[in-house]
Design a protein around this ligand. Structure first.
Ligand code: TEU
Length: 571
């Protein structure tokens, strides 16, 4: 049995693994994953070395948005198992020294939630004011705010002729945080799970909970400026934090939609009054053409580096960020920014190193640790995601995008790219389930699967294992300042991390052509050694340093296709 380290800020040296239960492991033949499936893979996660699991929603839900539409915060969705299964997961994870972080969705509930069911059609319901209702304006919708999944953010309640707000699907009604009773319920929900011994919470779209109360139409945008990082958001977070997070010592990560550095400095401030850390998504918009997600565009490399620089330097000493490329809403990074054919292994490792050596807490999304790719779907019928199917309808049936173009866009941007079943082995359905999976398995599972990765010392899996260990062994990774060494270079992303005693250099070639660079004069390369690389095989991966000439670090560096090298200088 491993004991959990009781350091208050354990998460600053930790790596968190995200599980999307529906696609992780089915203990039977339902075709959807479940909690017993997760329990059966805890030893695999222990081998990888992660400190905690973030579990996306497992609560009772009609699953219109795969659990982000919660119908009952206090019960487990029977598709995933029972509360007894959950308790067992918590116990078994803790026995292995792995913490559990639950996803909490409190910007909205499912319209199937009993609060909404009571409120619908009844202006006198005690729950009417739990949601946001507005009268029609000139016989039409209250304002021009858009749902993040396309179309108006308002839906008519026929019986009362009022509209309710839904920033996501129409089956996800926004809660009215102005109502103190809503905030009390939220505290109770989170306390219930904290009492069970859950170690932390990931708070879904938490910076959208406070809306500007005049509900004005937005003449320059889709309304987001009126509710993103809204007027009372910090006050609300402080209230919840004081009542629950601080009381239970929970780690918290807020998912921040379209946020700013200034707000994130406050959300994750060292004073601990709001959250432990924040997810922001600006770096994942480097392949949005003119800020538009639904385009088929290459990524802007210089912009990507600028964004990292802005956040790494801006949060240092002031707040704390989550480091990540992948989650259940994002395409697979090796297909997105790497090369998922000829250089899949190299680019998956290079991309891993380039975020894991930054300041923050890294997150690994299931399958990322074995270099899983986008599935390359070619038919609309292969997609299940509500956002993808809505956007197809809007762009093809109501705008001028052709079917073929939209299929290309979906293959690049759809959230289903990351939701395909986890590839465990070479058996049917990749060992994910004994029955037909809810979403088609990527065809490459015979080559890319966890069994293969665990058997191969040169796999992406062991590279991640080493990165996780390095964060624990080398302090500068947690504490050091950040400087981009070649911000204008069009192929190399190289940065320096520096503390009093250590300097770490992370050198990355983002392209398939060999490139060269010269490390700046101020770096004392004589005292430098390589910690890890994706071409420096064997010794570097399995031991710490190697002797002999190969370990000497030259100021003049040649980087092979998608090469990464991590260099440490100790004084
Ligand atoms: O996502 C919030 C969010 O804004 C996105 O990442 C979203 O998927 C993207 O904007 C779509 O283009 C969170 C959850 O992670 C997501 O799965 C949910 O669908 C959403 O909230 C609603 O709860």
């Amino acid at each position: 049995m491993t004991t959990i380290i009781q350091d208050k800020e354990w998460w600053k040296k930790a790596t968190i693994y995200q599980i999307y239960p529906k696609s992780f492991c089915d203990s039977g033949n339902k075709g959807t994953g479940d909690i017993q499936g997760i329990i059966s893979k805890l030893d695999y996660l222990k081998l990888l070395g992660v400190d905690a699991i973030w579990l996306t929603p497992i609560y009772d839900s009609p699953m219109i948005d795969n659990g982000y539409d919660i119908a009952d915060y206090y019960t487990v969705n029977p598709d995933f198992g029972t509360m007894a299964d959950f308790d067992e997961l918590l116990k078994q994870a803790h026995q292995r020294g792995i913490r559990i972080v639950m996803d909490i969705v409190v910007n909205h509930t499912s319209t199937a939630h009993q609060w909404f069911q009571s409120a619908l059609g009844d202006v006198n319901s005690p729950y009417r004011d739990f949601y946001i209702w507005k009268d029609p304006v000139k016989g039409d919708i209250p304002n021009n705010w858009q749902s993040k999944f396309g179309g108006s953010a308002w839906e008519m309640d026929e019986k009362t002729s009022q509209y309710y707000l839904h920033l996501f699907a129409k089956e996800q009604a926004d809660l009215n945080w102005e109502n103190p009773k809503v905030r009390e319920e939220v505290k109770q929900v989170i306390s219930f799970w904290a009492e069970k011994g859950v170690d932390g919470f990931r708070l879904d779209v938490i910076n959208l909970i406070s809306k500007q109360q005049d509900y004005a139409s937005d003449d320059v945008g889709d309304g987001r400026r009126f509710y993103t990082d809204g007027p009372r958001v910090h006050e609300y977070l402080q209230e919840i934090s004081e009542a629950v997070f601080q009381k239970y010592g929970s780690v918290t990560v807020g998912e921040m939609s379209s946020t700013t550095l200034e707000h994130c400095q406050q959300y994750s401030s060292n004073d601990g009054k709001e959250l432990s850390m924040v997810f922001n998504f600006h770096h994942l918009k480097a392949d949005y053409e003119n800020g538009e997600k639904w385009t088929n565009a290459p990524f802007d490399f210089l912009q990507l580096k600028q964004i990292f620089n802005h956040w790494q330097t801006g949060l240092n000493g002031k707040g704390w960020g989550a480091l990540f490329w992948c989650n259940h809403d994002q395409p697979r990074v090796v297909s997105r920014l790497g090369n998922d054919t000829e250089y899949r292994l190299e680019s998956a490792k290079m991309l891993a190193a380039s975020v894991h050596m930054m300041q923050g807490t890294p997150y690994i999304y299931q399958g990322e640790e074995i270099g899983m790719t986008n599935p390359g779907y070619t038919e609309l019928s292969q997609y299940q995601d509500v956002e993808s199917t809505n956007m197809y309808d809007i762009m093809v049936n109501h705008q001028s995008t052709s079917h073929d173009e939209m299929i290309k866009i979906l293959a690049q941007k759809s959230r289903d790219n990351s939701r395909t079943p986890m590839q465990w082995d070479t058996s049917e359905f990749a060992g994910f389930s004994k029955g037909l999976p809810w979403l088609e398995v990527a065809k490459n599972y015979l080559d890319i699967n966890a069994n293969q990765a665990v058997d191969d010392p040169n796999s992406v899996f062991y590279f991640y294992q080493r990165l996780i260990q390095l964060r624990k062994e080398v302090d500068v990774i947690t504490s050091g300042s950040y400087v981009d060494l070649f911000p204008e270079h069009n192929a190399i992303f190289a940065y320096q991390r520096k503390s009093d005693k250590q300097t770490l250099i992370c050198l990355n070639n983002y392209y398939a052509d060999e490139v060269e660079c010269v490390l700046p004069e101020h770096l004392n390369v004589e005292g430098a050694r390589y910690l890890l690389g994706n071409y420096l095989l064997g010794d570097y991966l399995l031991d710490k340093g190697v002797g002999g000439e190969s370990s000497a670090v030259s100021r003049h560096q040649v980087l092979k296709p998608y090469e990464t090298k991590i260099i440490l200088i100790e004084s």
